[in-house]
Design a binder for this molecule. Structure first.
Ligand SMILES: [Zn+2]
Length: 429
C-alpha cells in the first residue's frame, strides 16, 4: 500500500469521504450547516457509521449522541485509546472543522486493520455530539458527557425554536436516563488523540502542512461595565464630561497594547462585543459594557496581565470620572498535551520527513474535556488564511493526508503491544 510519498493511508478514500460528508447539510458552493442533533447531523452519523462498519468496527450511538466505532484489542481489559473529533458544524460553517478528525481517525484505524495490525488495547473512533455549541449555546456536549462533566440544567437549554436539548436528544433516539451508565469510569480511557484543522494562520505563516499542539490555552472571559454620566452632546463642556465610551475606548486600546508587549508570547486578547447606552448620536454615553477574552498557555502570565488590566481600569476610570464593575464569565486553565504522546507524534512525523512546529490551540476542542480524565495529544493541519467557521475554510487534501498519516503512525506506535508509547532516544528525534 506504500505510495511514492511514503504514505500508508489511502488518500483517495479519505478525500472522497471528506467530500461526501461535506455534501450533507451543504448550504452553498462550499458552506456546510450540520447543527447538532438535527436531521442533517443524523444523516452525517448514518454515513460515518456505515463507513465505520465497512472498515470492521463495531458501532453504537451512545445516550449523549456520540457515534462510537470500536476495534477490539488483544487485551480487552486494557484502558482504551480514543481517537476522534466532531461532525457537527456552525450554521455557516466549513467542510473540514471536526470532520477531518473523525474521518482521519477512521482512515488511520482502517489502515491498521488492512495492514493486519491488532492493537494491544481496544481503540475507539468517536464522533462527539455537539462540539460547536451553536444550537444550544453550550458546546463540547458529548465529550463532557462521557467524562461526567455535564452541568445542572443542560438538558433544559433551548434552541432558538424553543426545542430543549432533552427533546432533541430523544428525537435522535438517545435517552438521557441512560447517561449515568454511559460515562466512562475513571481510568478506562488511556489516551485521547485528535486531528483538527488549525483554524488559525500560524502553520501557513511557517509554511508547514502539519503542526504539533502543545496544549489548549485557557480563556478568561470577563464582562466590563463602565458607568459615567449622560448629557446633551451640544451643551456639556468637554472638561465636565464623564463619557463612558471614551473611557472604555482608552481601556480597550491599553489592553491591546499590553497584550502585544511580548511578541514572542502566544498571548492573545480580544474585545469582541460592545454595548453603548443610551446609544444615541447626541447623548454622551452613560454606560458601556464590553467583553474581554484573554488566552495564554501560561496561567501565571495570564494572571499577571489580568492584574494589570485591573490597574488600567482603575487608572482610566479615575481619569475619566467613571465607575466600573466586572463579571467573570469563564475562567479555565490551560491544558497541556502529554509529553510522551507529543514525543510519539514527533517521531511519527520524522518517519515521513516532517519536522513539526509546535503551537498552542486558542480555540476549544473535544480534547479539552478529555484532558481532565486522560493524557491527550493533538495534531493540527494548516488552514488557508487561518479561516474557519466559514464556508471559505480550506485545508488541502495533501495537508490533511499528511496529518492523517502522522496520526496513523502515532496510533501504530501507541498500540504496539506495550500499552506504552514508544519513545525514541533523543538523538533519533
Ligand atoms: Zn472543531
Amino acid at each position: 500500500m506504500q505510495t511514492t510519498t511514503g504514505k500508508v493511508i489511502n488518500q483517495l478514500r479519505l478525500n472522497e469521504r471528506i467530500e461526501q460528508l461535506s455534501q450533507i447539510g451543504r448550504i452553498s458552493e462550499t458552506g456546510v450547516c450540520r447543527l447538532a442533533l438535527t436531521p442533517e447531523d443524523m444523516d452525517g452519523i448514518i454515513q460515518v457509521r456505515l463507513w465505520m462498519e465497512n472498515a470492521g468496527l463495531t458501532t453504537r450511538l451512545d445516550p449523549f449522541g456520540n457515534l462510537i466505532g470500536r476495534l477490539e484489542g488483544a487485551d480487552q481489559a486494557l484502558p482504551i485509546l480514543m481517537i476522534g473529533s466532531h461532525i457537527d458544524s456552525q450554521p455557516y460553517g466549513g467542510r473540514y472543522d471536526g470532520a477531518i478528525g473523525v474521518l482521519g481517525a477512521l482512515e488511520a484505524v482502517q489502515c491498521l486493520i488492512e495492514n493486519g495490525i491488532q492493537p494491544h488495547m481496544p481503540i475507539e473512533v468517536i464522533a462527539f455530539c455537539d462540539e460547536e455549541g451553536s444550537r444550544f449555546n453550550k458546546g463540547l456536549f458529548g465529550s463532557r458527557g462521557i467524562t461526567g462533566q455535564l452541568e445542572e440544567g443542560e438538558l433544559e437549554r433551548q434552541d432558538k425554536n424553543g426545542v430543549t436539548r432533552r427533546e432533541a436528544l430523544e428525537a435522535f433516539g438517545c435517552s438521557p436516563s441512560d447517561f449515568e451508565e454511559a460515562i466512562y469510569p475513571p481510568g478506562s480511557i488511556d489516551s485521547y488523540l485528535e486531528l483538527h484543522i488549525e483554524q488559525g494562520p500560524v502553520l501557513e505563516a511557517l509554511n508547514a502542512p502539519v503542526g504539533l499542539v502543545t496544549g489548549i490555552s485557557g480563556p478568561l472571559w470577563l464582562t466590563v461595565t463602565m458607568k459615567g454620566m449622560a448629557g446633551h452632546a451640544g451643551s456639556v463642556p468637554m472638561g465636565m464630561r464623564h463619557d463612558a465610551l471614551v473611557g472604555s475606548a482608552k481601556v480597550i486600546a491599553a489592553f491591546d497594547d499590553m497584550v502585544r508587549e511580548d511578541p514572542e508570547a502566544p498571548t492573545v486578547g480580544t474585545v469582541g462585543s460592545l454595548r453603548v447606552f443610551p446609544d444615541s448620536r447626541n447623548i454622551i454615553p452613560e454606560e458601556v459594557s464590553f467583553t474581554v477574552d484573554l488566552r495564554d498557555m501560561e496561567i501565571e502570565r495570564r494572571n499577571r496581565l489580568e492584574a494589570r488590566l485591573m490597574n488600567i481600569l482603575d487608572d482610566l476610570s479615575f481619569r475619566y470620572g467613571l465607575t466600573y464593575s466586572l463579571t467573570e464569565d469563564t475562567n479555565s486553565e490551560p491544558r497541556y498535551c502529554a509529553e510522551p504522546i507529543k514525543s510519539v507524534i514527533r517521531s511519527s512525523a520524522e518517519e515521513i520527513g516532517l519536522t513539526l512546529p509546535e503551537l498552542m490551540s486558542g480555540p476549544f476542542h473535544d480534547a479539552l474535556a478529555l484532558s481532565l480524565v486522560c493524557d491527550y495529544g493533538m495534531i493540527f493541519v494548516r488552514s488557508k488564511d487561518g479561516i474557519s467557521h466559514h464556508p471559505s475554510e480550506y485545508s488541502s487534501p495533501e495537508d490533511i493526508g499528511l496529518g492523517t498519516e502522522v496520526l496513523y503512525r502515532t496510533i501504530r506506535r501507541m498500540c504496539s503491544g506495550m500499552n506504552q508509547p514508544i519513545i525514541l532516544p533523543e538523538e533519533a528525534l
